[in-house]
Design a protein around this ligand. Structure first.
Ligand code: ADP
Ligand code: MG
Length: 281
């Protein structure tokens, strides 16, 4: 899965790289510092502080209302924190809008909007990758640029096919997105963020409503991508998935980090059990 590199300042290097190979220090890829966000009287995120190391599938768990989704929103710029910092790959990205964070290599999946149901799976996968020359249509009148736009469109299409193949969605490429099952839709959401060639992907309950066969496939793909250098932060309700696939695991409770560590350790921590009391897990 390679696309033409983009020339914008914020474009991340095209491939994620392991800490030891890319010349950066062993510093965490993502550092979240003292994030806070209130809605009226409710403090959704209350001083959350944690790191995500490169090349991990880090789990973020916590009871309903713990602030997991809001934390994702703050990290990826969907919402602006009241205070605190988000440092991604050494750059302070606090308050950056989602497209700017995505250009830097930090993305989250989004539910595919209903209006895209009438586009094919392939068209969905090809939508809006960063730095696309085609976005600058006015340039197409310039000599030479038009050919470049056409070439880039071809490369984009190729990349989309490769991504769909990787996720085993290629046989559905010409189907309308609206006809996909819940699980296939999740895979397409993942395809769309992979098209952005990010370094780090945040997934908020990617397995909700996904059947066991597709769940296995999705988890396999996450591991393959992780082995390839991608970094994941995963919110998931299913404890077995978290315990079997994530390391480390961070437990959020009332907007701040309660416990973090290896899954076995987190699982048997009394504070975690207590936080989940009354929850059906
Ligand atoms: P989680 O994803 O862990 O279940 P959320 O981040 O969705 O938790 O929510 C944390 C708290 O913030 C909850 O009490 C929720 O009701 C509240 N909250 C989240 N988003 C909003 C919002 N846009 N307006 C008001 N309250 C919100
Ligand atoms: Mg949530």
């Amino acid at each position: 899965m390679t696309t033409p590199s983009t020339d914008t300042d914020e474009a991340a290097t095209s491939r994620p790289a392991a800490a030891t190979e890319d010349g950066t220090t062993g510093a965490p890829l993502l550092q979240v510092r003292n994030l806070r966000k209130s809605f009226g009287g409710i403090t959704a995120v209350d001083g959350a502080t944690f790191d995500v190391d490169r090349g991990t599938i880090t789990g973020l768990i916590g009871p309903n209302g713990a602030g997991k989704s809001t934390t994702f929103d703050l990290v990826t710029g969907v919402q602006t924190p009241d205070s605190g910092q988000v440092i991604f790959d050494g750059t302070d990205t606090t308050g950056w809008r989602p497209h700017r964070s995505a250009n830097r290599g930090l993305v989250r999946t989004f539910q595919i909007a209903r209006e895209l149901d009438e586009m094919t799976v392939l068209e969905n996968a090809m939508l809006a990758p960063r730095g696309q020359l085609g976005e600058q249509l006015w340039r197409a009148v310039l000599p030479g640029v038009r050919d470049e736009v056409v070439k880039q469109e071809e490369r984009l299409r190729e990349q989309a096919w490769e991504t769909l193949e990787f996720l085993e969605l290629d046989h559905l490429a010409e189907e309308y997105a609206g006809g996909l099952s819940g699980g296939q839709r999740k895979l397409l959401e993942l395809a769309r963020v992979l098209m952005l060639e990010p370094e780090m992907i945040l997934l908020d309950e990617p397995l909700a409503g996904v059947n066991p066969t597709l769940e296995t496939k999705l988890l396999e793909r996450l591991h393959a991508l992780r082995d390839d250098g991608y970094t994941f932060l995963l919110v998931e309700h299913d404890m077995d998935v978290i315990m079997n696939h994530c390391e480390p695991v961070i437990v959020l409770h009332q907007g701040s980090v309660l416990v973090e560590g290896p899954p076995e350790q987190v699982k048997s921590d009394d504070r975690v059990l207590e936080a989940y009391l009354g929850e059906d897990v």
